[in-house]
Design a protein around this ligand. Structure first.
Ligand code: FAD
Length: 189
């Protein structure tokens, strides 16, 4: 998935970037805004040619011994221990947000409501996929402001907001009557 709903800001075909790769505000390709496979294949086209100075120093005996020692001391990172792409980031973030809803009080204090309001406002500004963040801010501003008066109110608001992203990406809508079963109680059989 390419971040969509951001057609106004995502680079068009004239940018010279392959589809699925989105630029960050610094003008560099943005991994957390891009599809993982598109970003990877694009990045591989930018790698320097082999035979770099780093590779040749590793052929000395000392460097090899040091590398072997390091390999036994530190387990090799798993293949998928990489910075997240837009989908991994999204799945993890929805898990956090719906879990916050699941543990939010049924009758929150004024302080708890204010905290959640502040958190969601900052979240929407800080979310690392900037095209996603801008669309989410627009949703909160133009479609439905965040609702924090109770667990069910926030959980249902969040479900609708998630469904708006699902719709944008062509994914099916989730039945918001069941958000608590998915994120708090487990499915009723
Ligand atoms: P996800 O959408 O990540 O959902 C995870 C799980 O949540 C699902 O498996 C399902 O069990 C459950 N679920 C699904 N819908 C709901 C719902 N409505 N309520 C409760 N539970 C639900 N990606 C883009 O490409 N472009 C964007 O503009 C974009 N904007 C995003 C904005 C935000 C704020 C976030 C958090 C993510 C955004 N993403 C965006 C990522 C995108 O929403 C998905 O996370 C990503 O595509 C992976 O999707 P997925 O199919 O694994 O399921």
């Amino acid at each position: 998935g390419t971040p969509s709903g951001a057609s106004s800001t995502a680079p068009g075909p004239s940018s010279g970037l392959p589809p699925g790769v989105v630029l960050g505000k610094d003008g560099k390709p943005c991994r957390t805004c891009s599809s993982g496979s598109a970003f990877k294949s694009f990045a591989s086209t930018l790698k320097p040619a082999s035979g770099s100075s780093r590779a040749s120093t590793a052929t000395t005996g000392g460097a090899l011994a040091a590398a072997a020692a390091a390999a036994t001391a530190t387990p090799a990172p798993a293949e998928n221990d990489c910075p997240p792409d837009v989908e991994q980031l999204g799945r993890s973030t929805w898990t956090l947000l719906h879990s916050i809803a699941a543990t939010y009080p049924t009758t929150p204090s004024a302080r708890e409501q204010a905290d959640l309001q502040t958190f969601m406002g900052l979240f929407a500004r800080l979310y690392p996929c900037w095209v996603c963040a801008e669309d989410f801010q627009a949703y909160m501003r133009e479609r439905e402001a965040v609702r924090v008066a109770s667990r069910d109110e926030f959980g249902t608001w969040l479900c609708r907001a998630h469904n708006a992203v699902n719709a944008k990406l062509g994914k099916p809508a989730f039945d918001c009557a069941r958000w608590e079963e998915r994120w708090r109680t487990g499915w009723k059989d």
